[in-house]
Design a protein. Structure first.
Length: 453
């Protein structure tokens, strides 16, 4: 059987893979692994449950809460909130664990369930495996006064907003900010926290109806935000995804500011204030080489990880670093959060605009993005990327030609017969030419053999 947990919890088509029955089973298993087995205070375990506004989140949340309470866990129902809010509230309430029901940037028919351990920490693989193994065992079924209770976490949003406001190095008075909430989990608290921080706020994509999440808006569709920023003459725009664990930005002219540029701005600001731990930023191998060059020139080193915010988090925890993230806009401030937080990131970015009195466009010039070309080569044997002598030689020749002005990265897909060829160079034409050449070598050398019957 394939592993139930993916890179970020259990995700799939609601009422397809992700049924109410599966949600209840997962909750009952988590009640044992994250609750009873780790609870040492003698009382019932406690869990925070939150969701994004997808229609299917209503029945999935009901199933999760039924599974938890029937297994002797007290549930704090936080309603619709961003993923990072759920993680924060687990720590703030000193709960045993938390559950977030969301499929992030996926379309509305999908949904997902992910868990946070005590302190709001993401789960390592072995704990997810333990939950999956527990699903095949008899559920814990207390009776009488030992069943769990479900109560509304009435001040959940307020607690989160107060926490966010407490992280700001400078208020946002004088700034006009356009927020695109992706018709998602940030629709309520993001506009509120930016207003409370002093900004003049214009909001789009904040009318969730359960079916329109990520539909033509948000961080995966920046067009509406760019238009609104220019139309209203705003200083900047912030785009969230469906569960608001990441954000991208737009400057006053409507130009995109991606996660690498955001990390460059924030890393330089933290270093200037003496708050960047060990002068290190943690980023994935997909971050633009321009980020590394800019930060190296400023005395900041980058620790690279595999793609995925979980790997960024692991490196940050292991090294004690306090800033990391991805090009996609997952940015992690470990001084204030245990996971990527799009509201926190957006606030910190806007605060730098207000503090420096420089437009975001100027701040973004802290790094120069090198042209980056990505080609997905399909139908090849991804397992032989590191063993083909011809391919290894072709990559070495490309790297020699690029020198320090570019780089080559070949990444096999984790699940499909696909190899991703990424090339960065000083100009678009060179990057495109080398990427196409390497893609052809991959096609030729790693072609899957056809087996005749």
């Amino acid at each position: 059987m394939p592993r139930l947990f993916g890179t970020d919890g259990v995700r799939g088509l609601a009422n397809g893979l992700l049924t109410a029955e599966l949600a209840m089973q997962l909750a009952q298993a988590a009640a044992v692994v994250l609750g009873h087995d780790r609870n040492s205070n003698g009382g019932r375990p406690r869990a925070v449950v939150a969701r994004d506004p997808r229609a299917s989140g209503e029945f999935i949340a009901a199933a999760v809460e039924a599974g938890l309470s029937s297994s002797g866990v007290d549930v704090y129902d936080a309603g619709v909130l961003p993923t990072p809010a759920a993680a924060y509230l687990v720590a703030d309430l000193e709960a045993d664990f938390g559950v977030m029901i969301s499929a992030s940037h996926n379309p509305a028919p999908d949904n997902g369930i992910k868990f946070f351990a005590r302190g709001g920490q993401k789960l390592p693989d072995d704990v997810e495996d333990a939950i999956e193994a527990q699903m095949s065992k008899e559920a814990v079924r207390p009776t009488g006064a030992d069943v769990g209770r479900i109560q509304r976490f009435s001040d959940a949003e307020d607690r989160y907003i107060v926490h966010l406001l407490g992280t700001l190095p400078h208020n946002l008075e004088g700034l006009t900010v356009v927020l695109d909430c992706a018709h998602g989990a940030a629709s309520g608290c993001s506009p509120q926290v930016f207003k409370d921080a002093g900004a003049n706020v214009i909001v789009i994509g904040a009318e969730p109806d359960g079916l329109n999440i990520n539909d033509g808006v948000g961080s995966t569709h920046l067009g509406p935000l760019k238009e609104a920023v220019v139309k209203y003459g705003a200083d900047l725009g912030i785009a969230h995804d469906g569960d608001a664990d990441r954000c991208l930005a737009v400057d006053h002219e409507g130009n995109e500011v991606d996660g690498d540029q955001i990390m460059a701005i924030l890393a330089l600001a933290l270093k200037k204030s003496g708050k960047l731990k060990d002068d290190v930023l943690v980023a994935t191998v997909m971050s633009n080489l321009g980020l590394k060059i800019a930060l190296r020139n400023a005395g900041i080193s980058i620790h690279e990880t595999a793609v995925g915010d979980r790997y960024v988090l692991e490196e940050m925890r292991d090294g004690g670093f306090n800033l990391g993230g991805e090009q996609s806009g997952h940015v992690i401030f470990s001084d204030y959060a245990t996971t990527g937080d799009g509201l926190l990131t957006g606030l910190q970015l806007a605060a730098q605009v207000a503090l420096t009195k420089k437009p975001l466009k100027e701040l973004a010039t802290a790094m120069t993005k090198l042209p980056q070309v990505l080609i997905n080569v399909k139908g090849v044997d991804r397992t032989k990327v590191g063993s083909s002598d011809v391919l290894i030689q072709a990559v070495a020749a490309a790297e020699a030609a690029l020198g320090e002005t570019g780089r080559v990265l070949l990444r096999p897909s984790g699940t499909e017969p696909v190899v991703r060829v990424m090339v960065e160079a000083g100009d678009e034409e060179t990057a495109q030419s080398i990427a196409e050449h390497l893609a052809q070598v991959v096609r030729t050398e790693l072609a899957l053999e056809l087996v005749s019957e």
